[in-house]
Structures are given as C-alpha cells and as structure tokens.
Design a protein around this ligand. Structure first.
Ligand code: ADP
Length: 160
C-alpha cells in the first residue's frame, strides 16, 4: 500500500489544495492530508475548524485520511508508514522554499520522497491568505473554495 502525506496549514482549505489532493489520489493508495500544527502562527480558523472544513471538503474520497501533527514531518511520515510527501508547486516563487524543505527532509529521512504536483492553471495564483483577505474585505470567493469554506468565512466575517 503506497501512502503519501499532504501537509500544510490549510487556513482554510482551497480549491487549489483540493486540486493537488485529487491528483495525488490517482498516484497513491492512500493520502493523509494533515495540518502542521505549528506552521501557521496566527491562523484565522482554529485547528478543529480547519480539520472539520477539510473533512467536509474531502468526504467523497474514501482513500483520504484527515489528520494533524506536531513536530518533524519526516517523523510523522514514518509513523504513518508513508513513503512520500506531496506538495503543490504554483509558480517559480514556491520553488526555492519547497526545494529547501524537500532536500532537508531527504537529509533527515532518505526513505521519504517529496513529490511535487502542479495544479490547474486557474489555481496558480490562489492561496489561503488571499482568500482570507478577499473574504474579509467582502469580496466573492465562490470560485476559490468549497461551499462549506465559503460559509465558514462568511460566518467569521459576519456576512449575511
Ligand atoms: P498556503 O500556501 O495557501 O498557505 P498551505 O501551507 O496550506 O498553503 O499549503 C500546503 C501545500 O499546498 C503547499 O505545498 C502549497 O504549495 C500547496 N498549495 C497551496 N495552494 C495551492 C494552489 N492554489 N495550487 C497548488 N498548490 C497549492
């Protein structure tokens, strides 16, 4: 059984994240989408809220597990019997940081491979912080996030 980890802050999960996840499940038997607990300093959504939104957004995919973790990603991957870490690459701007992380993770655990997937072009300019900002300012994020996330954002920002 080939297992991959898809880590991130998912604050909140967007259609870009889902695009990557859906590509990953065509390559692996199981994908664990997991919130890295300490990576986002001041999240808009609590960990429990983010988990709930992810669960709702991925519920049709039986081969996806939703989780969160603290500590080193490579230790977590080992615990989950995963052989790969999935990351999304949107643009060159992602590359430097992602390469640094991938090489450092390989140094820490040579048995875990980092796999980069590219989303549909329409998601290349999308990230969670832009979604939070647009939503906070009252803009329309319907094209960027699952319905359940849109509702949660509206609630956070008290839109009727
Ligand atoms: P963000 O960069 O939006 O704060 P995360 O830390 O939650 O996102 O990102 C987790 C992973 O998902 C990273 O590998 C990131 O590159 C990827 N990702 C985030 N948004 C997108 C997107 N729109 N398209 C493709 N990959 C994405």
């Amino acid at each position: 059984m080939k297992i991959a980890i898809y880590p991130g802050s998912f604050d909140p999960i967007t259609n870009g994240h889902l695009d990557i996840l859906e590509r990953a499940i065509t390559l692996f038997d199981k994908v664990v989408i997991t919130i890295a607990r300490n990576s986002s300093k001041n999240p808009l959504f609590t960990e429990e809220e983010r988990l709930q939104l992810i669960r709702e957004a991925v519920k049709k995919h039986k081969q996806v597990e939703v989780d969160s973790f603290e500590g080193l990603l490579v230790d977590y991957a080992r615990k989950k019997n995963a052989t790969a870490v999935v990351r999304g690459l949107r643009a060159i701007s992602d590359f430097e940081y992602e390469m640094q992380m991938a090489l450092m993770n390989r140094k820490l655990n040579p048995d875990v491979q980092t796999v980069f997937l590219m989303p549909n072009e329409r998601y290349t300019y999308l990230n969670s912080s832009i979604v939070r900002e647009i939503s906070r300012l009252g803009g329309d994020v319907n094209d960027f996030v699952p319905k359940v996330v849109k509702q949660a954002l509206d609630k956070k920002f008290k839109v009727k």
